[in-house]
Design a protein around this ligand. Structure first.
Ligand code: SF4
Length: 650
């Protein structure tokens, strides 16, 4: 890998990027330490009992580091009571104070807990959302001001052996950074580096860094760029990985896996926090599941190194591919379902894939998560299927039923000159199949689409190598990313597939996905997982996106209930991003690029945003969801939900 693009040890051989060890109490982060699992309490920090009880539930679930919000001096001081109560019960888990805006709270907390987290976007700055112009002189003056605010904290940390996380958030960059770098990955990196340089000048190195965003592409680009910049300056501070406001249930899990998993695949990350709008102890098994895949990754089958990497790791660029039917070119990635293991395929089988059939109208109703292709192997589909659904048969079966769909064939059959379709042929390929003969034939074939698979334990890297080989050979054949899984729970499938496929999609690779899942949950959940992965990697938007904060001691309303309520009335608004944030302190910044925002501003009070602008301030919570709908209507983004006016069978 050329140095200008380098962000990990290798694109083909798994190893963890080595970082310096930072001790947080009795827990080491970085170096050869395991990837640490951490989370954050959601209770009121002044409620010692509730915070201690929740922290214990988290620790018992496997949480190794507990973060607690300290919005002001009084909460910072109460950390001493929380710590004492935990220690008295025999829990020595290190605590972290989460600080925004309040250096004086940080300075108190740093004398009590093992680590403080500061946000360089608001530690010494108030966000004004103003397009301020900075001259070199006024920029330097701002940095001096920050230095003056930061040095006292550094001095306390050094004295008490307290570690620090410099935690950049995409949505809360300072006006200074925005004015110079904009809302970009480089802006996020610079935001942290400004603080890091001050720490280094003071010879303070107990630092962990994070680059969080609710946009998975930004997360991945920013962490990679941070590593690249650190390597240029010969630094190696440990990385804390996370996707902010990932949401709840399967969407939150898939989004976390796409962002965090992509980085873990390349050996980045020393500690992770999965942030879900759920009780924090539920985040722990998700984080553990993401991390445990790397226990046996070293020693995977060798993948030849990549002589020239034409990918762009710090910005999104889609690989150019030829358009074949609705696959490749400018089309969004397709979803292909796997029905080849089904005993019997009936019209009702397609309900799980996003199609519903109306008996009286004799029509298929196509939902936003209707898959585009279905592979049926040697089964014959002998009824009228939805017009938008293409059926793929094994080549030998297709030969006998050509009018019914398109063939799926292996490389040997393809190169043998066997009869193929003049419109679309899906070719099953693994990296070892990729010969010069095959590439030469593909380059002149306007009917071939590759379905790639892997048997390597470092499968994502092997599939990425295949993509890079084709790019280097100027071969634009569209590629469907295929992966097979068996005997997993629905959550395990979501996390594995989102990591394996999301990591490629985030780099602009893939014109479709195919999940072959055996005994991993229902057909519907596999189909939803496929669409969820495309949504989370921002390559195909099929539903409303909710950027909801995980909640913490600052939260001013019941986030889980409110998110569910808002979801129930807006989930049909495809493509819209709605931010649901627990507090005004961080909410507006953290919901980043949401189209509409619902933010707690006081007990029972909500403020509504259109993008970054306040449109209704402090409205009663009981009216807020209705007002949000009105606001969406005013801006022309509302559509009435479809009412099922005719009976569907099944
Ligand atoms: S936005 Fe949510 S998680 Fe972030 S500080 Fe506010 S309440 Fe806590």
């Amino acid at each position: 890998m050329s140095t200008s693009k380098k962000y990990c040890n290798s694109l083909t051989s798994y190893s963890r990027l080595t970082s310096r060890v930072v001790m947080v109490g009795n827990i080491g982060i970085g170096g050869n330490n395991p990837i640490r699992i951490q989370s954050m309490t959601t209770t009121d920090t002044m409620d010692t009992k509730a915070t201690v009880e929740q922290a214990i539930r988290m620790i018992d679930a496997g949480c190794e580091i507990i973060r607690i919000t300290a919005p002001s001096k009084k909460e910072a001081e109460n950390l001493a009571n929380i710590k004492a109560a935990l220690r008295a019960k025999g829990y020595n888990t290190p605590l972290v104070a989460d600080i925004h805006f309040t250096p004086n709270a940080a300075e108190i907390a740093a004398t009590i807990v093992e680590k403080v987290r500061i946000n360089p976007g608001n530690y010494a700055d108030k966000k004004k959302f103003e397009g301020l112009e900075y001259t070199d002189a006024s920029y330097a003056a701002e940095l001096n001001r920050i230095k003056e605010r930061l040095i006292p904290l550094i001095t306390i940390c050094k004295k008490h052996g307290t570690a620090m996380r410099i935690g950049t958030n995409h949505g809360s960059l300072s006006d200074r950074i925005m004015s110079r770098y904009g809302d970009s990955a480089i802006g996020m990196v610079e935001s942290a580096l400004e603080f890091l340089r001050i720490c280094r000048e003071q010879n303070y190195h107990e630092i962990v860094l994070s680059m969080k965003s609710s946009n998975t592409q930004v997360v991945v680009q920013a962490y990679r760029l941070l590593v690249n910049k650190m390597q240029e300056e010969r630094m190696g501070y440990p990385l804390h990985l996370g996707v902010t406001e990932a949401g709840e249930a399967e969407d939150g899990r898939i989004k976390s896996a796409v962002g965090i998993g992509t980085l873990l695949e390349d050996g980045l990350g020393d500690t992770i926090r999965v942030s879900l709008t759920e009780e924090p102890e539920f985040e722990i098994p998700v984080a553990q599941e993401l991390v445990k895949r790397y226990d046996d990754r070293i020693g995977h089958d060798v993948i030849e190194t990549i002589p020239e990497n034409l990918l762009t790791p710090f910005e999104y660029n889609k690989r150019k591919s030829t358009e074949i039917k609705n696959i490749g070119g400018k089309n969004v990635p397709i979803v292909m379902a796997n029905f080849c293991l089904k005993e019997k395929i009936t019209p009702a089988s397609f309900f799980a894939l996003g199609y519903q059939y109306s008996v009286p109208l004799d029509k298929w109703n196509i939902t936003d998560t209707a898959c585009d292709y279905v592979f049926v192997g040697d089964k014959i589909v002998d009824f009228k299927t939805p017009g938008t659904l293409n059926i793929i048969y094994n080549h030998k079966t297709w030969i006998k039923h050509k009018e019914k769909g398109f063939p799926f064939l292996d490389v040997k059959t393809y190169l043998s000159g066997a009869e193929i379709s003049d419109k679309l042929n899906i070719l099953y390929v693994t990296l070892p199949d990729l010969s010069q003969e095959l590439i030469t034939k593909l380059k002149t074939d306007s009917t071939a689409v590759l379905m790639i698979d892997t048997y390597n334990n470092h499968g994502m890297a092997e599939q990425r190598k295949l993509f890079i080989e084709l790019i280097n050979n100027k071969c634009k054949t569209p590629i469907i990313i295929g992966r097979a899984y068996d005997n997993l729970s629905e959550t395990q499938l979501q996390l594995k597939a989102a990591t394996d496929m999301g990591a490629l999609l985030i780099d602009g690779l893939g014109d479709g996905i195919f999940i072959a899942a055996e005994n991993c949950g229902s057909d519907k959940s596999v189909n939803d997982t496929a669409f969820g992965i495309l949504q989370a990697s921002r390559t195909r938007i099929s539903k409303t996106e909710y950027i909801s904060c995980p909640s913490c001691g600052r939260t001013l309303f019941d986030l889980q209930k409110t998110t569910a309520k808002i979801r129930a009335v807006t989930s049909h608004l495809k493509g819209l991003k709605i931010g649901i944030m627990g507090c005004i302190v961080n909410g507006p910044g953290e919901m980043a690029d949401a189209d509409y925002g619902y933010v707690g501003t006081g007990t029972g009070k909500i403020t509504l945003y259109k993008e970054k602008n306040v449109v209704q301030r402090n409205i009663p919570e009981s009216e807020a969801v209705e007002s949000l709908i009105d606001l969406i209507k005013e801006h022309g983004d509302w559509i009435e939900p479809k009412i099922k006016g005719f009976p569907f069978f099944g």
